[in-house]
Ligand binder design. Structure first.
Ligand code: F6P
Length: 550
């Protein structure tokens, strides 16, 4: 049995419609309809969302809404917000929206708002204490640096937000992140810090993640060596986790452990105490504003009609290109240096959530699901891989994200950046006709033979879709709304594809095998219990290591 998605009337109507869309031409669509920008854009709060440069018509949008209804998206949205256990394989709710809600939300007869408020109050006391210098190091000194140790959802969100909101970091605290288990990362960082004024925050929902525990143990040994004493070390630690007893066993004092709950997924946890580095860097007021921006997007997602619902449109566009145009990748291109880490964050959000081949009902999906999400900050990418976006053989839809107003005063820089942001979307949509290419080459004085020879290389069809997201200014509120927009976009996709967006069983196998190999590395005996390649690599490593021993 396979999932019924492709048999839905709306899916089949979209398939027929797509055949008619093959001849759609963005350049012509804009000529035919001068109101296309107004029709295919939505302004919500401080974000202008322009999807007019996509291969869609009003009919496409109508069919998108039909598909969403036939897939019961409105009902799923209610289930999400209500706290139903929609993470079926783990029997959990996915209530990240409760972390930024203002209303009472009950789960198993418990008022979640009380738990959330209590942890927020604990964070507030702690962060304000550290920032004001009331909470001090073992030697009574003011903390100058924070090292946040975590990985995946316990790292990418807070890291992105700390970098994005750097202009709001008014205090003297410097916040650093370590995620990779490669010792090069933690060594380089610790070497640059003074243990006597460094606070270490261990962020791990499970408090069992190998990389995080290895980095935390190294940081602990570093603190013990420099501070000379176990009691001193406790004053330099705090933790964020759903397993407070494990954090306690590691040596983090109970009052410094900030809990999260099993109803918060790792990659959706930024709004919980996982945001501690953010609150330490920019203060609790700004962290509250970030949550308020997300709440604003939640309200929009829950109440806007599907035809004007920004996360729904973004999610359905994702489905449109993956399933009807065969796009296997999706580019995220922030034209903003401070959003440099957005592609990495969205990579986990979308690929860990929707990178599934089996539906909620345990059946094989007979359609493609999540694309490969990738990208880097503009304008750098223009001088690296944009050639392929313009003239390559793959259709790669792209999200372009920029801010209308920068935090710096280099007006000229910002205008160059903005000019490139819009010019690239225009170039992707328009391409260059043979006629335009000929006129250009002749104006450059090229002989006719060269014009003829170069024409196929210098003309290209364009018609490459993009979505532009223009933020008024990258402040906490707008950033919160942007990240919640993408959370909900991914949820929409998961509903259409009928996959559970909140589990990640695929990553478990690699973790188990790594544990097994690690145990095998403990001695010098060659291994044979793997395929020849794996055993060969392990044995090579062990043999070389053995030889180097005195
Ligand atoms: O890589 C899998 C994963 O479980 C992610 O989903 C999660 O964000 C990350 O590991 C870190 O997990 P933890 O917070 O439990 O250390």
């Amino acid at each position: 049995m396979t999932d019924a998605l492709t048999r839905l009337p709306a899916w089949q109507a979209l398939r027929d419609h797509q055949r008619a869309c093959v001849n759609l031409n963005l350049r012509e669509l804009f000529i035919q309809d001068p109101a296309r920008f107004e029709k295919f854009s939505v302004h919500r709060g401080d974000i202008l969302f322009d999807y007019s440069k996509n291969l869609v018509t009003e009919e496409t949008l109508r069919l998108f809404a039909d598909l969403a209804r036939q897939r019961e998206l409105p009902g799923w949205i209610e289930r999400l917000f209500r706290g139903d256990r929609i993470n079926g394989t783990e029997g959990r709710a996915a209530l990240h929206t409760a972390l930024r809600a203002q209303k009472r939300i009950m789960l198993d007869g418990r008022d979640l708002m009380q738990d959330v408020s209590a942890v927020l109050a604990q964070m507030r006391r702690f962060c304000e204490g550290v920032r004001a210098g009331r909470i001090r190091s073992a030697a009574g000194r003011v903390f100058t640096d924070v090292v946040s140790i975590g990985i995946g959802g316990s790292d990418l969100g807070p890291r992105l937000v700390c970098e994005a909101l750097a202009p709001y970091a008014t205090g003297r605290l410097r916040v650093h992140f370590v995620s990779n288990v490669d010792g090069a990362a933690v060594t380089a960082l610790l070497r640059s810090l003074d243990a006597a004024t460094t606070l270490v925050s261990i962020a791990s929902k499970t408090f069992t993640t190998q990389e995080t525990l290895a980095n935390a143990t190294t940081a602990k040994a570093w603190l013990q060596k420099r501070l000379r004493g176990k009691t001193a070390v406790a004053k330099h630690f705090c933790a964020v986790t759903a397993a407070p007893e494990r954090a306690g066993a590691f040596g983090v004092p109970a009052e410094r452990v900030f809990v999260i709950w099993d109803w918060v997924g790792g990659r959706y946890s930024l709004w919980s105490a996982m945001g501690l580095p953010v609150a330490l860097a920019v203060g609790m007021k700004n962290f509250d504003a970030l949550r308020a921006g997300a709440r604003d997007m939640d309200e929009h997602f829950r109440s806007a009609p599907l035809e004007r619902n920004v996360p729904a449109i973004l999610g359905l566009l994702g489905v449109w290109y993956v399933n009807f145009f065969g796009s296997a990748t999706h580019a995220v291109l922030p034209y903003d240096e401070r959003l440099r880490l957005l592609p990495a964050y969205l990579q986990q959000l979308e690929m860990e959530s929707c990178g599934k081949r089996v539906t909620r009902d345990g059946e094989l999906a007979d359609y493609a699901t999540a694309p490969v999400v990738w990208g880097t900050a503009g304008t750098d990418g223009q001088h690296a891989y944009f050639q392929l976006l313009h003239q390559g053989t793959h259709l790669i839809p792209a999200d372009f994200i920029a801010c209308r107003k920068p935090h710096h005063r280099l007006r000229r820089h910002h205008e160059i950046l903005f000019a490139n942001f819009v010019a690239q979307t225009e170039a992707l949509a328009r391409g260059k006709t043979a006629e335009e290419a000929q006129v250009e080459m002749r104006a450059q004085g090229l002989p006719e033979a060269a014009v003829k020879r170069l024409l196929p290389h210098r003309a290209f069809p364009g018609n490459r879709p993009s979505t532009s997201i223009l933020i008024e200014q990258l402040d906490p509120r707008a950033l919160g709304a942007l990240l919640a927009l993408y959370e909900h976009k991914v949820f929409v996709e998961s509903v259409i594809w009928n996959v559970n967006a909140f589990d990640q069983w695929g990553v478990e196998l690699g973790k188990t095998l790594a544990d097994r190999v690690l145990r095998e590395l403990a001695d010098t005996a060659p291994v044979s219990s793997h395929d020849a390649s794996t055993a060969g690599l392990i044995n090579y490593f062990k043999a070389k290591r053995k030889r180097r021993k005195p």
